[in-house]
Design a protein around this ligand. Structure first.
Ligand code: DUC
Ligand code: ZN
Ligand code: ZN
Ligand code: ZN
Length: 486
């Protein structure tokens, strides 16, 4: 036979087209796309189904040690299996440095965990929490060259936050190495002040977590980060945009020609702060940072996705069990400040978006493919190997039944959080078979892939991480009395 596998008669979707075609696979890659392709050793009948690129989830916390010393609920195996069940075939989790840790060792440790457990392909963002001279001048350049083309920093969290001056050092190191700089951008002082005031006045329930992350803390930090990145002409990716004002800051920056990319997440499109308003401590299941906001923000974020101000929707998967090992680690009645932040979401990201975008028709199938696969693959320099159905690309494919109706429940999830924030929602459209590099890894609700078969994807920063070449006057020798600063 001409091919190893043929996906016959489905509707194929890319960012620009939807068309009926057979997709032929030889080995690990797509060998041909066309009508009436010749036989293969094996066929999958995809008539009535959609043949989509597997999702690329560019923001997920997996088996990650938090600064407070809690490891989240998943292993690389459970997290990537859950991703696969939801149609995602590439993930970019974090290799997280904490203060005092050497970055090369951090990367070795996360590589070892992923090598052992991952069932889909992966890259890493390197979290920098301790920007020493050694980290920035020796370790980081070497690690970027080894295929880690993106860095992440936090502007908040007591043990992780990077102040303005070291942030400039990190932006410069990213620029010198050609890496993307991703950021959790919230104003730390505003949040700390609000937390203390709320708790001192007895407002300790989970819902006050949403109030503590005052809306302005997001727009303020976006502005500050964008200003610093612009000073150095360094491209940035702003993670998890949650407010209308935050989206506007990004739109304005892009309007000025700055290389600012941004993502949002399903929790900001499908949840609001009211979801945290439940009896007792139950609302802790919906606590993440930034918090879900209001219906008007959801609308603003959809609009920003439609206009291209935001380019991707990632999960920010950060699973903690609702028990004494996770959310309730401080005891059965914690105040909101004592509850670990994060939601499980690797598995439901695509089905939630498919239901909203394709089944209910908001923005449509091509935009779904773009936001969930092609755009993140391009921004993080995994394209054309990942993120699209194209000849020569890895055969990472999700076959969707657009009519399958599923009611989400805690029990059906494959991650180890033990719950989904979306339980009870009825969705139409579900991935019924998922392939990674030509291997069927999930079909008809069954896993058929062994732990550790996912591969590391080495990449440099690529096109998205290249500076624009337009210098601010302060940094331009022709306009700053000849000073060479970059
Ligand atoms: N926010 C979360 O909700 N979880 C993980 C990390 C973060 O910043
Ligand atoms: Zn490495
Ligand atoms: Zn974050
Ligand atoms: Zn995150």
């Amino acid at each position: 036979p001409a091919y190893d596998l043929l996906i016959r008669g489905g509707r194929v979707a890319t960012v620009s087209d939807v068309f009926e075609a057979d997709v032929a696979i030889s080995g690990e890659t797509i060998a041909a796309i066309g009508r009436g392709l010749p036989g293969a050793r094996r066929e999958i009948d995809a008539r009535g189904k959609l043949v989509l690129p597997g999702g690329v989830d560019s923001h997920a916390h997996i088996e990650q040690l938090s600064a407070a010393g809690i490891v989240n609920a998943d292993t690389f195996e459970s997290a990537t299996v859950s991703a696969a069940f939801g149609g995602t075939t590439t993930v970019i989790p974090f290799a997280a440095q904490h203060v005092g840790m050497k970055l090369p060792r951090v990367l070795e440790d996360y590589h070892a965990l992923a090598r052992k457990g991952a069932v889909i392909d992966y890259a890493f963002h390197m979290i920098i929490a301790d920007p020493t001279k050694e980290t920035l001048e020796t370790d980081l350049p070497a690690l970027i060259k080894q295929g880690h083309g993106s860095i992440k920093i936090f502007m908040t969290y007591d043990l992780l936050k990077i102040e303005d001056e070291p942030l400039l050092d990190i932006l410069l190191a990213a620029r010198d190495g050609g890496a993307m700089l991703c950021a959790h951008a919230e104003n730390h002082g505003i949040i700390s002040w609000m937390v203390k005031r709320l708790i001192a006045r007895g407002y300790t329930d989970p819902k006050y977590h949403a109030i503590s992350h005052a809306r302005v803390s997001e727009a303020e930090a976006f502005n500050r980060l964008i200003g610093m990145a612009a000073l150095l002409d360094q491209p940035i990716m702003i993670f998890h945009v949650s407010t209308a004002e935050g989206a506007k800051v990004i739109r304005d920056a892009r309007g000025q020609g700055l290389k600012v990319f941004a993502e949002t997440c399903p929790q900001y499109l499908f949840l609001t702060a009211d979801d945290l308003d439940r009896p007792g401590v139950e609302g802790a299941k919906w606590m993440c940072s930034p918090p879900p906001r209001r219906a008007a923000d959801q609308e603003a974020l959809w609009q920003a996705l439609a206009l291209g101000d935001l380019q991707t929707v990632s999960s920010d998967h950060a699973p903690y069990r609702f028990d004494e090992t996770g959310k309730l680690r401080a005891g059965p009645n914690p105040n909101f400040k004592q509850v670990a932040n994060g939601l499980p979401g690797l598995e439901v990201r695509l089905p939630l978006l498919f239901d909203a975008m394709v089944s209910k028709g908001r923005l449509g199938l091509e935009k779904f493919v773009e936001l969930t696969a092609t755009a993140p693959a391009k921004i993080y320099n995994l394209h054309p190997r990942k993120g699209s159905i194209a000849v020569g690309a890895d055969a990472d494919i999700a076959i969707w039944d657009p009519q399958r109706e599923v009611t989400l429940s805690d029990e059906m999830m494959h991650d180890l959080a033990g719950y989904t924030p979306y339980a009870g929602r009825k969705l139409r459209g579900w991935p019924v078979a998922v392939l990674s590099r030509g291997r069927v890894i999930v079909a008809d609700g069954k896993r058929s892939v062994e732990a550790g078969s996912g591969r590391f994807l080495a990449r440099n920063g690529g096109e998205a991480a290249k500076p624009t070449g337009r210098l601010m006057p302060d940094m331009d020798p022709e306009q700053n009395f000849g000073a060479r600063l970059l």
